[in-house]
Design a protein around this ligand. Structure first.
Ligand code: 5GP
Length: 186
């Protein structure tokens, strides 16, 4: 729990006050539990593909795989839909999906936040065309009050209210991804 020293209850960033919503220790505990649950569901015979959605999920995915006590592959994609604190409504996938990485495999999408579900809905539709055996979504956060697309989240660490958060990989215009805890703007 060395990170506890590093995640104060309140911080000031660029003159704005951010309150801590979730501590680094709470995140660590939930991520470890999620890794154990995914491992148990996959069983010994499976080598799942964990598909990390950049940029926001890079810290979460790095921790999740280190708690995953079994063989797994890690792949990366970048989805882009946000500008500042707003969704642009248009989702772009970089690079395109490579069928051979996913056909017949058990895929776990590792995502930072399922907010409206727009990005995930779009990715799921595209990924299904490559015929993975199973697809599960593992999200660090869900915002149930905001969900308006058909997305099933198999694994979720935290359900949070409708607020814009930063830290632990999540940014505000490219900043604050390196905060070890989750903060919400006052
Ligand atoms: P959706 O397509 O589900 O509406 O939005 C998903 C993406 O929007 C997330 O993967 C994340 O990158 C971004 N996002 C949604 N809510 C937040 C938030 O509270 N903070 C940050 N930093 N990004 C968010």
């Amino acid at each position: 729990m060395f990170r506890e020293l590093n995640d104060p209850l309140q911080i000031t960033l660029n003159g704005q006050i951010f309150k801590r919503l979730i501590s680094a220790a709470e995140i660590e505990e939930k991520v470890a539990a999620m890794a154990a649950q995914i491992r148990a569901d996959m069983g010994n015979a499976e080598v799942p593909v964990l598909l990390c959605i950049l940029n926001g999920a890079f810290v979460f995915a790095a921790d999740l795989v280190r708690y995953y006590e079994g063989l797994c592959e890690l792949q990366f994609l970048r989805l882009s839909s946000y500008c500042g604190t707003d969704s642009t409504g248009k989702v772009t996938i970089y690079p395109g999906l490579d069928a051979e990485k996913f056909r017949g495999r058990r895929v776990v999408i590792v995502e930072d936040i399922v907010d409206t579900g727009l990005s995930m809905n779009r990715l799921l539709r595209e990924l299904r065309q490559y015929e993975p055996r199973t697809i599960d979504v593992a999200a660090l956060f869900t915002k149930p009050a905001r969900l308006c697309h058909d997305v099933k989240v198999s694994y979720s660490c935290f359900e949070i209210p409708d607020a814009f958060i930063v830290g632990y990989g999540l940014d505000y215009d490219g900043l604050y991804r390196n905060l070890p805890a989750i903060y919400v703007k006052e």
